[in-house]
Every structure is written in structure tokens, then in C-alpha cells.
Design a protein around this ligand. Structure first.
Ligand SMILES: NC(=O)c1ccc[n+]([C@@H]2O[C@H](COP(=O)([O-])OP(=O)(O)OC[C@H]3O[C@@H](n4cnc5c(N)ncnc54)[C@H](O)[C@@H]3O)[C@@H](O)[C@H]2O)c1
Length: 261
């Protein structure tokens, strides 16, 4: 029996089969969960990707259009899930990140506030708005898991996305505080760099993907999202019943190292 047997889980951020969200959805299905997906900007690409999940091309999970910056679409989410037979949720996966190009790649000192605001809205505030949109379906408690990139350090080129991730980390702690009494756990997985669309859109991110495999004590494969997705599945499961507001590092151990030499 899988660790997510009988659970119903909403997974965001599935764009391609390289998306971390795709691997979380894959492992969730392998572990016995019933999965629903959200899609942005268009459902068509996510629908195509969803056919590659273990449920197969003939029984893909429901795909619901969702821009986390749209109050209207967030407001319709619970109703849309109910229409697809999801009358409750046990888990929600936030695998969403976006920052305009001006906010990345070494532009830190010149980024205008409007672009910073977009990065924070899409990448940090959205953890709160997505969770609140799902709350009507989480009457029996559940688990929210988000994807993070260690925000305790200033990285090359990550710039305002790093500030947004610091906001995401703090947001997760406040959600853990406010939703704990309803039996809802909120945790993050801080992954090392992985070769996805989001990573490729950051100018100069190759520097990190080259450094990480050599510097991480356990080594690191930028093409392997399995360790990250497994950690998400574990946090969604009943095996972390008293853990909330936590950040689990899945980075080959790099966060623990002070100097690389
Ligand atoms: N790839 C990495 O190196 C890495 C490392 C650590 C954490 N992360 C985080 O993992 C998460 C998933 O990213 P990924 O690397 O799988 O890349 P990805 O490009 O496959 O996924 C990013 C997703 O964010 C979605 N998104 C962007 N703006 C949105 C909006 N307004 N509304 C709804 N969805 C929106 C995109 O549709 C896409 O599905 C992100 O939070 C990212 O920051 C990535």
C-alpha cells in the first residue's frame, strides 16, 4: 500500500514533464493518491503533459485553469474541483514561481517595484491565496507543500526571486501558525537547481547547475527531480503528522556547507 493511498491531492505547476510538479503528481499517483492539476497559462500544454502520468493517456487527471494572480479564478477553484468529483482535498502542492526578466540575472539594483511586486505576488503571496482558495475543501485538515530555493543566502543571478522565496518561507510559517488549529500542516521543500522551464528562464542560472553537483556533499543531478518529489510526497503523507512551518532541504546537503574548497 502506498503512503498516499486514498488521498486527494491538488498539484499546481505542471507545465512539462520536467516540471517538479509533474514528478510530484507522478509519485503521488504511484503512492495511491487521486490527483487533480491546475494549469497556467493555458490548459492545453498541461493536459498534454498530464497524459504522461501513470494514470495513462486514457485516464488523465482533471486539469483546471488557474492563474494564481486572478482573484476570479481562485474564487472558482473549489467549485471547479467539486465539479470534477473532488469534494475534499487532503493535500495541496504549490509548485509555482515567476519573476519578470528585469528582476533576475544581475539586475537587482535596477529592478522597478512593479516587477518586484509581480514576483512576490506570483511566487510568495500565492501560497496564501492558493491555500485559502482550497480551504473550503480541507475541512478535515490536510497538508500544504510548497517548492522553495534556500532564501537564507544571496545567490548569483537569483535576485528578486530570492527575495520572493524569503517571503514564501515566511508566508509558510504564518500559514502554519494560522491554520494549525484546523489540522492543516504547511511545509516547504528547498530543492537544489533542477533543469526545468523556470530554471532555464533565469539568465546565468547555468552557473549554479554547474557548481552544485561538485559542491554538494552527496552530489547532485540537475536532471533528477525524484528526490525532491519524494520529499513532497512524504510531507503530504501521514508520516509527518506533527511537522509544520518546516523547510526540508533536498539539495545534496549543500545548505550545510560553509565554504566550497
Ligand atoms: N528548477 C529549480 O531549479 C528549482 C529549485 C528550487 C525550487 N524551484 C521551485 O519549484 C517550483 C516549480 O518550478 P519548476 O522548476 O518545476 O519550473 P516549471 O517552469 O516547470 O514550473 C513553474 C510553474 O509555475 C507556473 N506559474 C507561473 N506563474 C503562474 C501563475 N501566475 N499562476 C499559476 N501558475 C503559474 C507555471 O505555469 C509553471 O507550471 C517553483 O516554485 C520554483 O521556484 C525550482
Amino acid at each position: 500500500m502506498g503512503i498516499l493511498e486514498g488521498k486527494r491531492i491538488l498539484v499546481t505547476g505542471v507545465l512539462t514533464d520536467a516540471s517538479i510538479g509533474f514528478h510530484v503528481a507522478r509519485i503521488a499517483q504511484e503512492q495511491g493518491a487521486e490527483v487533480a492539476l491546475t494549469a497556467y497559462p493555458r490548459p492545453t500544454l498541461t493536459q498534454r503533459t498530464a497524459k504522461r502520468l501513470p494514470s495513462g493517456p486514457d485516464a488523465p487527471p482533471p486539469v483546471i485553469e488557474l492563474d494564481v494572480m486572478s482573484t476570479e479564478q481562485l474564487g472558482a477553484l473549489a467549485g471547479n474541483l467539486r465539479e470534477h468529483g473532488f469534494d475534499h482535498l487532503d493535500g495541496v502542492v504549490h509548485a509555482i514561481g515567476f519573476a519578470p526578466q528585469t528582476a533576475l540575472g544581475g539586475n537587482f539594483l535596477d529592478t522597478p517595484w512593479e516587477d518586484v511586486a509581480t514576483a512576490v505576488h506570483a511566487s510568495a503571496y500565492s501560497l496564501k491565496s492558493l491555500t485559502m482558495a482550497c480551504l473550503p475543501l480541507m475541512k478535515d485538515g490536510g497538508a500544504v507543500v510548497g517548492l522553495d530555493f534556500d532564501a537564507t543566502k544571496a545567490w548569483p543571478v537569483y535576485d528578486w526571486m530570492g527575495v520572493a522565496k524569503a517571503g514564501l518561507e515566511s508566508c509558510a510559517r504564518y500559514l502554519a501558525k494560522y491554520l494549525g488549529p484546523q489540522g492543516i500542516r504547511v511545509n516547504l521543500v528547498a530543492a537544489g537547481p533542477l533543469a526545468t522551464m523556470a530554471a532555464k528562464s533565469i539568465p546565468g542560472f547555468e552557473g549554479m547547475t554547474e557548481l552544485w553537483p561538485q559542491a554538494a556533499p552527496l552530489g547532485w543531478d540537475v536532471k533528477d527531480s525524484e528526490p525532491t518529489a519524494r520529499a513532497c510526497a512524504a510531507l503530504l503523507s501521514d508520516w509527518f503528522p506533527a511537522t509544520s512551518g518546516e523547510i526540508v532541504h533536498v539539495d545534496g546537503g549543500l545548505h550545510a556547507i560553509g565554504a566550497v574548497c
